[in-house]
Design a protein around this ligand. Structure first.
Ligand code: 4GX
Length: 246
């Protein structure tokens, strides 16, 4: 899958994609990321990419022409490449959107700076506006990195066979159960005995109960949406009866 990132700050992308899982995915050519400097597409000799807003007001607006030329270049091999603008005004990004985008061969991500882009960029070139959350960043670059990370790990071969995107939180709509590793006893805090029992059925049940407990306590909105089995309902009843938390 190809990601083209259109930005005024290409240096921001030099290291995050070289590490760990994403770095390996790029080496294996499962993911191809091209960083495109919008300033390279400015036509004038000073390579101006922003200007003051018509009607007045503070700050600067990104000009339409350099962005139009950068998008045309990115689309040259694949005219239908899906083009996204990262903005707090977009649709909230979630796991379902990540899955949906992971089926596309080529995404173009436009990172806005300052007061955003000229409205005609959106009208003419943007297929979809996406927000990574209700807060304001200094630009769309970090939002693009978040999206690329969440989408890439869903591609076949990116995660090792030991890991799987399938049993994550959100795929089954519950938060994950707690995890432990050695030592068994850290300053008197011991690992729950059941995890050492070797009884896999009992461990699975304990983990499901902990996941339900966590979700009920921290994200009741997710619990309300989750498809629960009869057994889950029983476990929730036990949790209410145990009285630890809810
Ligand atoms: N999820 N930002 C976009 C420029 C801007 C300013 C005003 C439109 C109107 C963000 C987010 C985000 C900061 C990216 C402002 N665009 N992007 N940028 N939250 O905060 O995606």
């Amino acid at each position: 899958m190809r990601f083209d990132i259109l930005t005024l700050f290409p240096g921001m992308f030099s290291s995050p994609f070289q590490e760990s899982i994403l770095g390996r995915a790029i080496q294996k050519e499962l993911v191809d990321i091209r960083i495109i400097n919008v300033r390279d597409f400015a036509l004038d000799k000073h390579q101006v990419v922003d200007d003051t807003p018509y009607g007045g007001g503070q700050g600067m607006v990104m000009k339409v022409e350099p962005i139009a030329r950068a998008i045309a270049w990115a689309r040259s091999e694949e005219p239908s490449a899906w083009t996204i603008y990262l903005t707090p005004q977009g649709k909230p990004f979630d796991q379902e959107k990540a899955r949906d985008l992971s089926s596309r061969p080529h995404l173009i991500l436009l990172c806005g700076r300052y007061e955003g882009v000229d409205e005609r960029v959106r009208e003419l070139f943007i297929n979809e506006e996406i927000s990574i959350g209700d807060y304001v960043l200094t630009g769309g670059e970090l939002a693009a990195m978040v999206m690329i990370d969440a989408v890439s790990r869903l591609l076949p071969g990116v995660l090792g066979s030991a890991q799987s995107a399938e049993d994550d939180s959100f795929t089954n709509a519950l938060l994950e159960h707690p995890q432990y590793t050695r030592p068994f006893d850290f300053e008197g805090r011991r690992v729950p005995e059941i995890l050492l029992s070797g009884n896999h059925a009992a461990i699975s049940l304990w983990r499901r109960k902990e996941a339900l407990k966590r979700t009920a306590l921290r994200r009741p909105d997710l619990l309300a949406k989750a498809r629960l089995t009869r057994k889950d309902e029983e476990l929730l009843e036990e949790i209410r009866h145990d009285g630890d938390g809810i």
